[in-house]
Design a protein around this ligand. Sequence first.
Ligand code: SAM
Length: 237
Amino acid sequence: MFEERARGLEFLDAPDSDPHLTEEGYRFMKLVNRIGGGTPAVREFLTAELGDHPRDRPVRILDIGVGGGDIPLSIMRWARRRGYRVEFTCVDFNDKALEMTQSAIDRSGGEGIKLVQADIFQYQPVGDFDYAIGSMVFHHFTNDEIHRLVAHLCGFVRRALLINDLHRNLLNYLICSILVIPLDREIRHDARLSIRRGFKPTELRTILQEHDPAAVVTRSWFSRVAGVVRFDRKGGE
Ligand SMILES: C[S@@+](CC[C@H](N)C(=O)[O-])C[C@H]1O[C@@H](n2cnc3c(N)ncnc32)[C@H](O)[C@@H]1O
């Protein structure tokens, strides 16, 4: 059951998925990000990357598939406390994702987060980004699509891409199956399938090393894999 990535589709894969279910799904993801290591994985990545980044120079980050927006909002607070000027551009094709993220931004009085409704495969930004982050979004793509997306991002992300996704194993599947018991059938389906579409560190490393032979993939906290592809190895800034 966990030997290979599952292929089925999640309800959330449709850009026009049922808004009520989508909202419930994003609320569940927020919990998963908090207790399952999703947000800490991004903080860890940025801590390693931003060590000597000048505080007066903005850090431009592309968030791919923003969902309910809890990760960029949490990272903005974290960055502000450390004096970094972070500017997020968050791309998602789902109406509900943008609506929920916008109201979370409004509630927090947040600045520095721009929302864009687009399919990431078609997205062409005006300017470049320092980093791209994909949290629980790469498991939505086939291995061929991941290759295509990394090549696409290479055109406008200068430093590195973080893939922050689910570790496909029995323990995660069992924990997830327990956590979703009180939720709707569709959310239970999507959450369990997400784990089965997730990654083993070695297989994600094999995919990413086609783009960056030194790509690093590690286990992060208990439920995540974190893969980093560098675009700046060949004498970039
Ligand atoms: C599982 S959610 C993860 C949300 C958020 N990043 C998090 O970690 O909580 C995946 C998100 O990616 C979005 N998504 C999937 N495929 C996409 C695509 N091709 N272009 C833009 N957004 C996409 C979905 O609409 C959804 O909001």
